[in-house]
Write a protein that binds this ligand. Structure first.
Ligand code: NAD
Length: 479
């Protein structure tokens, strides 16, 4: 059984308690590793290491810090195969997806912020008798907390800008998928990253995440995960006036108009529904279709979805892998029950799958449901699995009403060739991200985040560098 370690002050070590949490291979439903079951003592140790490392790390020139990040990016790229296998085993996602998306993106995160910091500038404001200039200084020790759905991808999305801006970091990966964060520690050691600059603590949300949030020396928390946990973090951080960035849940609409490029839309909608078993915060889970093409879309979408092979993540033919954990698998199945009770008709999917040799794994068929109103639980609550609903609409106003009817507002996708309509909807819809005739097309310079219960603050590009710095204005009178 593989034993993972914390990475504190440049060294690999067990949790102070000596205890471990079980780590599962979702494709087989079996434990295959164990990760340190850390607590407040490990958080304190990591904090002290980060605090000790801060003065020299923040004093490095931008070029020197950037060079470390480039080294880490290169090492991730060189180890793509090993990391992709580890991610796929740990998370249940198809190996092909981990190799094509997750790991290259983790390398890009480091590379992008290594370069972005060299272009990061602040403003100056001239008066008749004085000049103001604004400094953007690192915060000190910052905390990052990330989820299981894109483990290394989201872990590095937070760490890279924090380090680039001159902070030192205490980082907590999800206890459900700790493996690639552990492997990253080894790569940071190979890159010669000075001890204490990055500290990686494994463990659960309460004993590690909540302890980081309430630690008075950790100046900011950048969190990605569920809305429920985001609320917990906000409650603790607010009275401490701690900076927070919360990237939370979604219930994203796809709005499909009859005038769209149909083939492109259909191909992309299958992906935006079921990629990574529907466990991407940006997946579209409510598909709104203009009535004149509803029946055609329904038939084609069901046919294409039914073709997607559910199977072991390591098998190149598998398009849908395993669900990440038993509790999450049970949660998705409970929503299928709710959808049936609410009167939904399952057009395809809806069942569990037991691939040969992997009978104890957690597999669910990609599922399409119709016949539900926009305001029922199935259409309001985040399921975060391979489950979508389809619904017809008659007018643009009706589509917008349905799209905006949830408490979430992360991303939305609009399919139309009508330029005016695309701009009009993009402007009015309550969503942090709008894609028109595309999905998951990401430029790392753009702001990323949600409105309503999907997010507080923005990450990506300069937004992330601003979050991880404190602004100071200096006014100098010269007359
Ligand atoms: P989660 O909220 O259960 O856990 C996320 C992280 O928070 C984990 O590391 C967990 O250990 C930690 N945590 C749990 N309780 C905590 C507490 N009280 N204080 C501090 N930390 C705590 O989320 P999850 O199940 O890992 O991930 C799925 C969720 O993440 C979905 O809701 C999904 O929409 C969301 N998500 C959002 C985005 C985005 O960019 N908006 C991206 C990916 C995933």
């Amino acid at each position: 059984m593989k034993k993972l370690s914390n990475y504190i002050d440049g060294e690999l070590m067990p949790a102070i308690s000596g205890d471990y949490l079980s780590v599962y291979d979702p494709s087989r439903g079996e434990q295959y590793a164990e990760a340190p079951d850390s607590d407040s003592r490990d958080v304190e140790l990591a904090y002290r290491a980060a605090q000790k490392a801060f003065p020299s790390w923040s004093a490095l020139s931008v070029d020197e810090r950037s060079a470390y990040l480039v080294k880490i990016a290169n090492l991730i790229a060189e180890h793509t195969d090993e990391l992709a296998h580890a991610e796929s085993l740990d998370n249940g996602k198809p190996l092909t997806l981990a190799r094509r998306v997750d790991i290259p993106r983790a390398a890009s995160n480091f590379r992008f912020f290594a370069h972005a910091i060299t272009q990061f500038a602040s403003q100056s404001h001239e008066m008749t008798d004085a000049i103001n200039y604004t400094l953007r200084q690192p915060l000190g020790v910052v905390g990052t907390i990330s989820p299981w759905n894109l483990p290394l991808y989201l872990f590095t999305w937070k760490i890279a800008p924090a380090l680039a801006a001159g902070n030192t970091v205490v980082a907590k990966p999800s206890e459900v998928t700790p493996m690639t964060a552990f492997l990253l520690a080894g790569l940071c050691m190979s890159a010669g990253l000075p001890p204490g600059v990055l500290n990686i603590i494994h463990g659960d949300g309460i004993k590690v995440g909540a302890e980081m949030t309430k630690h008075p020396g950790i100046k900011a928390i950048s969190f990605t995960g569920s809305t429920r946990v985001g609320q917990e973090i906000a409650k603790v951080a607010a009275p401490m006036f701690k900076k927070i960035s919360l990237e939370m849940g979604g219930k994203n609409p796809n709005i499909i108009f009859a005038d769209c490029d149909y083939d492109k839309m259909l191909k992309t909608t299958v992906l935006s529904s079921f990629a990574n078993q529907g466990q991407i915060c940006l997946c579209g889970s409510r598909i709104l279709v203009e009535r004149s093409i509803y029946e055609k879309f329904k038939n084609d979408f069901v046919a294409k979805t039914a073709e997607r092979k559910v199977g072991p993540p390591q098998d190149a033919a598998s398009k849908v892998g395993a669900i990440v954990s038993k509790p999450h698998y049970d949660k998705i199945l409970s929503y299928l029950k709710i959808a049936r009770e609410e009167g939904g008709q399952i057009l395809t999917g809806g069942k569990t799958v037991q691939p040969k040799g992997y009978e104890n794994g957690w597999y669910i068929e990609p599922t399409i449901i119709e016949g539900l109103p926009h305001d029922c639980r199935t259409n309001q609550e985040e399921i975060f699995g391979p489950v979508v609903t389809i619904m017809p609409f008659d007018t643009e106003e009706e589509a917008l009403l349905y799209a905006d009817s949830t408490d979430y507002g992360l991303a939305c996708t609009i399919w139309t060739q009508n330029l005016s309509r695309a701009h009009r909807l993009a402007k009015h819809i309550h969503s942090g991200i709008v894609w028109v005739n595309t999905w998951l097309q990401r430029d790392l310079r753009t702001p990323f985040g949600g409105v309503k219960n999907s997010g507080v603050g923005r990450e990506g590009g300069e937004e992330a560098l601003r979050f991880f710095t404190e602004t100071k204005n200096v006014c100098i009178r010269y007359l």
